[in-house]
Design a protein. Structure first.
Length: 443
């Protein structure tokens, strides 16, 4: 029994952090509130949101490539000696300078790309694709967080219900101890019988402590995910009542039909497709890298150094159009194109992998659903039979015609059946959540 309990506890611990989802279970309002709190407070989501804002700014930066650049320029240079010569004038020699000792130049310059053969448009598209990949990553993080909150929430309900079952075991075992003590006093039982039953009570109490420890850990995990010190989980235990929505039969998802709609909703497939589009854009960007560039440049301002009076500042204006045609760059552009093509091929394989993994996950989930449904149906019968066996055992105990070993066997049978049924209900609920996640549905 101890081994089975720890297996169940380990299933809960691992199941609460894996992906979770479903198209059948009705989501409680308090779970929706917890998911909203997680979306508001979880630091990783805030980090990704900031990265998206930075990516959107990179799109704006890319657009500025076709806008003018205006600069205010100023330059002062002291030169000595300067080129000069003597000119005879009125019988005297006059020194004529070809450059000023104090060279001054101030102007406003303007530069703007006129045409870059699609380089800017490709860069804008590339930045937009990168933002889309970031947004898709945020969607996946939000979805995974929501289902992690849901699994933790339902795990709490599972543990709370397990505590009730365990309390029933402790109560029954404790009553049997009192009965055996009375029979010992009457000479109808052995001290061994009393001690054995007391050991069973202690073992049940220790299992209860283990369940409480798991419950506290799950509550701490929910606090971390939602940012709420006291998350509201008052209705979690109700999800494991006999009449709760979680008992609606979960049907395996048909894989023999058209999966186009299902694949289109899967977030991992969508992310792979977004990365494929980004890789296609990279091909375009690299193909434009070696294209010519036509740009306008001009400036207007004041400078000195003009002949006849090199010291005088004079207004000046210059304007022109420049053409840059890359001729050779050491095969850089060809190599960049090859890298981009290889990345594109890898992205195509990534989409195929995501599609295949979706089918694999659905197939494995279907196997789990069918298995858990069958075992749960068997356990429903086993619970009824175990309870009937325990009633008979208790009646025989009252009449003194049953051994302590037989009584423990009957009690253990009920305990195992109850905990087993509860576990498979929980596993089916996780199956429902996992199916919902794979199909891309949000909580």
């Amino acid at each position: 029994m101890n081994l089975k309990f720890f297996i169940l506890a380990s299933l809960l611990t691992t199941g609460a952090v894996r992906a979770q989802p479903q198209p059948v279970v009705t989501i409680p309002d308090e779970l929706r509130t917890l998911v909203q709190q997680a979306n508001t407070n979880y630091p990783v989501l805030k980090q990704q949101q900031e990265q998206i804002r930075a990516g959107e700014l990179r799109v704006d930066i890319s657009r500025t490539a076709m806008r003018p650049n205006v600069n205010l320029n100023g330059n002062y240079t002291y030169i000595t000696p300067v080129p000069q010569f003597a000119v005879p004038l009125n019988g005297q020699e006059v020194i004529a300078k070809l450059a000023p000792n104090h060279s001054l130049n101030g102007n406003v310059s303007v530069g703007q790309t006129i045409y870059d053969f699609g380089r800017t448009d490709a860069a804008i598209r590339q930045a937009q694709d990168n933002v889309q990949v970031l947004r898709r990553g945020l969607e996946i993080s939000q979805q995974n967080l929501a289902y992690q909150v849901a699994a933790t929430y339902y795990g709490i309900g599972y543990l709370q219900r397990s505590l009730i079952v365990q309390d029933s075991v402790i109560k029954t075992a404790g009553a049997n101890v009192q009965l055996l003590v009375t029979r010992l006093q009457n000479g109808d039982a052995l001290q061994y019988d009393v001690l054995t039953q007391q050991v069973r009570v202690k073992a049940a109490q220790n299992r209860k402590i283990d369940i409480q420890n798991q419950l506290e850990r799950q509550l701490a995990n929910l606090t971390f995910l939602t940012g709420s010190v006291n998350p509201n989980v008052s209705q979690a235990i109700n999800q494991f009542d006999l009449g709760s929505a979680m008992n609606i039969a979960t049907q395996p998802y048909a894989l023999d039909g058209d999966l186009t709609v299902a694949l289109a909703g899967n977030k991992d497939v969508q992310l792979a497709q977004d990365r494929l589009r980004s890789a296609e854009t990279d091909i375009i960007v690299n193909s434009k890298a070696g294209k010519p560039n036509i740009a306008f440049s001009g400036n207007a301002g004041y400078k000195n150094g003009y002949p006849l009076n090199v010291q005088e500042l004079r207004p000046n204006l210059a304007a022109g159009v420049g053409l840059i045609v890359p001729l050779y760059a050491g095969k850089r552009y060809q190599l960049q194109n090859q890298v981009a093509q290889l990345n594109l091929n890898a992205s195509r394989y990534a989409v195929e992998t995501a599609n295949a993994q979706f089918r694999q996950s659905i197939a494995q989930l279907n196997a789990d659903i069918r298995s858990n449904q069958t075992r749960l149906a068997n356990l429903e019968t086993q619970v009824q039979q175990a309870r009937q066996a325990l009633q008979i055992a208790n009646a025989r105990l009252q009449n003194g015609v049953i051994t302590n070993v037989e009584l423990q066997s009957a009690e253990t049978g009920v305990e195992e059946a109850e905990l087993g049924r509860l576990n498979f209900k929980y596993q089916l609920l996780l199956n429902q959540l996992e199916l919902k996640r794979l199909l891309g549905e949000n909580l």
